[in-house]
Design a protein around this ligand. Structure first.
Ligand SMILES: [Zn+2]
Length: 114
């Protein structure tokens, strides 16, 4: 009976070990202390705008994907049709610093942007 228990235990640990090995080969687990993560930094999307516009600039003219401050999230107005963006205004505002810029369009050469 002990031999059966030992074989069963070995089989279970072997299968579990292989599953764990596969899991850790494919994934990375990051552990963070609660003190390292500030829940205050997790903001609602509706508050994703500059606290002030002291550093905002008018960069409109050349279409761009990224702001000069390094942010690549923009606030702009869009229209939808059939659950997709059908039109958008070319004036957009950086979500971080509030600078105005020109949104890229499909005809703009992607290599010349950024
Ligand atoms: Zn910016």
């Amino acid at each position: 009976m002990k031999l059966i228990k030992y074989m069963f235990f070995s089989l279970v640990t072997g299968i579990l070990g292989k599953a764990l090995t596969n899991f850790f080969d494919k994934n990375v687990i990051l552990v963070a202390d609660r003190e390292d993560i500030s829940l205050e930094e997790i903001r609602d999307i509706n508050t994703l705008r500059p606290e002030n516009y002291d550093n905002a600039m008018d960069l409109r003219g050349t279409p761009t994907h990224a702001c000069v401050c390094g942010c690549n999230v923009w606030n702009l107005k869009v229209m939808f049709e059939d659950s997709q963006i059908s039109q958008y205004f070319l004036d957009m505002e950086c979500a971080s610093c509030g600078s105005l810029a020109t949104a890229p369009t499909p005809v703009d050469d992607r290599n010349e942007l950024d």
